[in-house]
Design a protein around this ligand. Sequence first.
Ligand SMILES: NC(=O)c1ccc[n+]([C@@H]2O[C@H](COP(=O)([O-])OP(=O)(O)OC[C@H]3O[C@@H](n4cnc5c(N)ncnc54)[C@H](O)[C@@H]3O)[C@@H](O)[C@H]2O)c1
Length: 393
Amino acid sequence: MKLWLIGAYGIVSTTTAVGGKAIEKGLIGKAGLVSELPQFNGIDRYANLSFEFGGHEIRDLDKSFYDASYEHWEKNRHFEIDILEKVKEELASRKAMKGTALNCGTGIQEFGEIQTLEKEGLTLREITDRLMEDMRKFKDDDTVVINLASTEPVAKISEEYHGSIDGFEKMLDEDKKEYATASMLYAYAAIKNKIPYGNFTPSVGSSIKALKELAIENKVPHAGNDGKTGETLVKTTLAPMFLYRNLEVIGWMSYNILGDFDGKVLSHRDNKESKVISKDRVLEKILGYSPYSITEIEYFPSLVDNKTAFDFIHFKGFLGTKMKFYFVWDGIDAILAAPIVIDIARFLLFAKKKGLYGVIKEMAFFFKSPMDTNVINTHEQFNQLVEWFKNNL
Ligand SMILES: NC(=O)c1ccc[n+]([C@@H]2O[C@H](COP(=O)([O-])OP(=O)(O)OC[C@H]3O[C@@H](n4cnc5c(N)ncnc54)[C@H](O)[C@@H]3O)[C@@H](O)[C@H]2O)c1
């Protein structure tokens, strides 16, 4: 597989790159990979576990995947250093290409000096041409693009420029930069190149009508949004229990604290809004009603990539009696996310090779805000993925 990662030097991207190469070399096991479950036997024929990495970035472009991986490792120590050293050669020879940060909000100021195509004075059309060219040079039949860049603010969507592919092309030609966000430009570049595209972030990516239309026209599979790896995974696995037992959830509080770059970017209100919306929608969709709900995400520097979520659930049972349930989730974000990134890429390649295209709704299992489906219950999503795979194998 050739994975083109947007946000190539972030912790999820670099952990994916280190883990991918380590799996390929047989240095580590396959824990965390959904696609390695017995239910998905046979996926190897469509997407085997050998890897090449490339991607777009907006900082440290003189550095390599290895340098970026090492910097994250130094802060987080999230795996044994031996593993990184054993894949050093491959990662040191790989560098990311310059991307765009159009309308990415105030959060990315946290990265200091950024290097972007728009700073070269390029028009929207020229920017997308450059993104496409970089992907084109890298791609082969086994390439997938995954968006792993920092979360953008909620995009300003207009029917005129985002409602159809003609409108989108017009936006590019007329250089209407105020309507474009980086994630849609990357998604456009991927789909235009006929490369399957996965959006691991809550940013808009390929979820606008224009790009869904382009994906159908170009017969490209795509999936998103926002990887479901931590508190939301637990929430959407647990909430169905209340539903099945006919227990009424009166209120659900989720309080998340996290450090690292992701936490820093999300401490900016405009960038955070996208994430809160993405996390907040799930309960109503599972339960069929909206309990009182609080979803908070706060920056807590010393935690680095360890994310802690405190959840408090107030629920009502027989005779109207109220009861309480609490849980604490202590996850290491990148360790939970990286195998899922590989899974998303594998299932998208499977879809492509089976001639399936457009939004792959059956991949909802991997996302907090899955596109074009209301199936949010993790158990149902898993069954759907298994059935879909079996029926198309
Ligand atoms: N478990 C998880 O870690 C998890 C789960 C769901 C979603 N996500 C999302 O995945 C994304 C990556 O998370 P992370 O922890 O690796 O964050 P990170 O801050 O470590 O990495 C983000 C990277 O993207 C780069 N970047 C920012 N804007 C860019 C742009 N416009 N173009 C190209 N590169 C850009 C940054 O320089 C940085 O290297 C975030 O949006 C996060 O919300 C993560």
